[in-house]
Design a protein around this ligand. Sequence first.
Ligand code: TUI
Length: 318
Amino acid sequence: MNSICDMLGIKYPIFQGGMAWVANHAIAAAVSEAGGLGIIAAGNAPADWLRQEIRACKKITEKPFGVNVMLLSPYADEVAKVVAEEGVKVVTTGAGNPGKYMDLWKEKGMKVIPVVPSVAIAKRMEKGGADAVIAEGCESGGHIGELTTMVLVPQVVDAVNIPVIAAGGIADGRGFAATMLLGANAVQLGTRFLVAKECAVHEAYKERVLKATDIDTVVTGRSTGHPVRGLRNQLTRSYLQLEKAGTDLNELEQLGAGALYKAVVEGNVMHGAVMAGQSAGLVTKQQTSREIIEELMQELKEVMQLKMQQLDQEFYNL
Ligand code: TUI
């Protein structure tokens, strides 16, 4: 059995990324029903919103699902309590150290899976009681670290004794296979699920992702210490210009505030933050979450078998 599937009681080792303002109960339930791990993103939302979303998810699926706690949220403390109270089985965290919530969650028997951008943080999380870690490379959309998936995943795999979920730049069976070969036990995909039929993100946002090419994402906020990857538009151009001019932090934060909501909910893809990963260029069709998951599993198998046959013929004379 796969260690992650075993631990969480899911069929396939595929997580749907906890995308702020995007990942609500509908997509989470659809992914979990299809055998993956659906994740509701708390993002910057108040705890009461999250409570309703968790309850709505349970009405649709009896399968396990997770909640992502975004640790920069002003509501993080309340959100952490709500996930414990509502009997959520799996919690993932992003954008910080979840140490102060660990006891609360572990007492409830929850599985805690932090996102980590480096080996040092992965080790710290394991020591603090994490059940697994998501090693997320900087190919990802949204808030990112420095390292690519290709180098981060094997180093984290070597450094910890808990299962590792790979994230960042994975959008099809090839990326899935590659990260499994790097030693990951499972994968997490965000950008591919952005365009899922059950995903509530604005249609204009989906269109931008579907049309994106390999070089269409940029990273803003490197100078503020909160680097964020998204699709290039008027907002990223203004932001980068202001960063170059050495604009003060407060003014930059002002420009970023509410920008994700503007794109996700209002569909303003010119002036909002259209967060997406570098894999956007690989995402070309709208499918149901079930179709995405089944295609990934099928491709994983085909890619692995085909490559083994090729290697045998080319190098091992079999
Ligand atoms: O969290 C993400 N991606 C995100 S969060 C988000 S919403 C947002 N809201 C306000 C400001 C910025 C973003 C959009 N995308 N990914 C997981 C992730 N976690 N990436 C990097 C990290 C991370 C960074 C530092 C995790 C731990 C960490 O530790 C620092 C420490 O103090 O230990």
